[in-house]
Design a protein around this ligand. Sequence first.
Ligand code: NAP
Ligand code: HSE
Length: 429
Amino acid sequence: MTAPLTVALLGGGTVGASVAQLLGEQAEELAARIGRPIVLTGVAVRNPDKARPGVPADLITTDVAALAASGADIVVEVIGGIEPAKTLIETAITNGSSVVTANKALLAAHGASLHALAEKHGVDLFYEAAVAGAIPLLRPLRESLAGDTVRRVLGIVNGTTNFILSKMYNDGADYATVLKQAQDLGYAEADPTADVEGFDSAAKAAILAGLAFHTDVTSDDVYREGMSTVSADDIAAARAMGMVIKLLAIAELSEDNSGVIVRVHPAMIPVTHPLASVRDAFNAVFVEAEAAGDVMFYGRGAGGHPTASSVLGDVVVAARNRVAGYVDHSHSTYADLKVLTIGDAQTSYYLNLQVADEPGVLAAIANEFAKHEVSIQTVLQDGHGNSANLVITTHHATDKQLSETVEGLRGLSAVREVSGVMRVEGRAN
Ligand code: NAP
Ligand code: HSE
């Protein structure tokens, strides 16, 4: 073994503190795996007085710009957000450092320019921890499935919302209480709106879509609905139909292969689907590939140590590449597919309607579905007084057909309210 490789750590919060701690605890093992020792040269933070167990106090600095520009072999960015993270990563790359980051928001917004800069300067840019925390997912998509054609990626990629929805579904827990628990456990983003309104999942969906379909996809290309639209009635209806509700990130090829559709929204899935049993802060990603068939990745999607495991995996690969004088060139966007709108997505739907319980009402409702060529799969009517609650599920239709149907239903005098509409995924047409 010769001179150590240097690692500069930008950020010493939930993930950064775990990275520093594990780097220290596993120094000998990591050196053996890389072929050279690695040393931490600094940990940049905002507040130097905060207690950070496991982080060597003498390495703490507030001069983040200097640390990023220090020319360390590897710069690890775990600050989060767009700025100053973007400028710091650009500085690191232009100073010849390979970069490892967990920053999905940044990668989903500026991945293309950061990859181009890394390529220009002959350094690695890795971000395994950015999607689904501890789960080895991006490297398998980029490398192990590189010989296959991926058709669809369906994932639970946000630990906070999965934690909240699981507790609401299984324990009837109250939203605000469980959100606070998710924050205390270190799952939630600094601003939890990013989690509950689906921005975090949308960034991850963009990254997954880019890798699966060799196309540059940004978060702006992703259709997004958060979990705040999920009502107690939707949860009760899901349970009655043998379904669970998950916030799903879906990236798929259109049926005619002309483009990709990337969407994040709450969806019902049957309790028998492998994703239905993914509870609490766990994440899972279900990949449908032409030759491999269905492949599922499962594990912890958030938290300090789980996320640090992925960060350190990237650090080891980047360090080995340095030792070997090799740079990873596996990032590709050659397919350059068109990103289609949500209107082109095809799936099944659940609708909850409050209607007048009178002769001819069902016929008028069925006619509205027929007008837009949406085929009804099941109807459940629960009458009380002169009103009835109708729960309808459909066969596959496009989102555009379904929206037009809902608009038509809202215009019918017999329909008092369309109180719930949700996509149903993961079952046969
Ligand atoms: P965090 O706990 O808020 O930590 C952020 C760290 O960055 C803190 O140490 C903070 O300093 C430091 N920082 C912020 N602004 C800075 C600045 N201008 N200069 C220097 N230091 C600055 O965040 P986190 O949960 O560790 O997340 C970090 C990244 O990992 C984010 O991109 C996040 O999306 C991603 N990620 C997180 C998880 C997770 O489970 N938490 C999982 C996967 C990916 P102070 O400590 O002094 O405030
Ligand atoms: N806030 C994110 C989550 C952290 O809850 O999944 C992991 O990216």
